[in-house]
Design a protein around this ligand. Structure first.
Ligand code: FES
Length: 169
């Protein structure tokens, strides 16, 4: 499972230097315009920093020759970009109707209790976990799915939560 890097309070360090810059430059010939690289560029920022800060937005705007306002519009449109720092493990629980009727709310409650998160979107005091609710994860046949960073854990029940959380500590 990929862990997210955390630099919540550290001064912003540019992402697009060295290998990351080469990675981004390699994308340019594959897209019709630099602007079209905005989603992968933002994803690189999030992979390296755990979230997309205003400084990250400004850097993407600079390298893609866009305005920060345009980049912010994209970041705020897609829920997959974290607009705030998150824990080492971001736990996204599908609470859309099919999963909801299979106990998703119980899973959410159990996750909050086990991780020590005081509420949805609030990172646990140890910095390890953030739990959020999301719409359909496309795993409706395996309710309740919980996406932990990039990995989807299927058929999660409240009873399985202690083992899942313990396995991440
Ligand atoms: S409704 Fe929960 S994964 Fe589709």
């Amino acid at each position: 499972m990929t862990a997210v890097t955390h630099e919540h309070d550290a001064p912003y360090q540019p992402v697009f230097v060295g290998e990351r810059r080469k990675e981004l430059d390699a994308l340019f010939p594959l897209y019709p315009t630099k602007m079209a690289c905005i989603l992968p560029a933002l994803w690189m920022v999030q992979e390296d920093r755990g979230w997309v800060s205003d400084e990250g937005i400004a850097e993407v705007a600079l390298v893609l020759e866009l305005t920060p306002a345009y980049v912010k519009g994209v970041v705020t449109f897609y829920t997959m970009y974290n607009q705030h720092p998150v824990g080492k493990y971001l736990m996204q629980v599908c609470t859309t109707t099919p999963c909801n009727i299979c106990g998703a709310e119980d899973v959410v409650r159990a996750l909050l209790e086990r991780t020590g998160c005081s509420d949805l979107g609030v990172t646990s005091p140890d910095g390890l976990f953030t739990v959020i609710e999301v719409e359909c994860l496309g795993a409706c046949g395996f309710a309740t799915p919980v996406m932990i960073n990039e990995e989807v854990v299927e058929s999660v029940t409240a009873a399985r939560v202690p083992e899942i959380v313990a396995g991440l500590k």
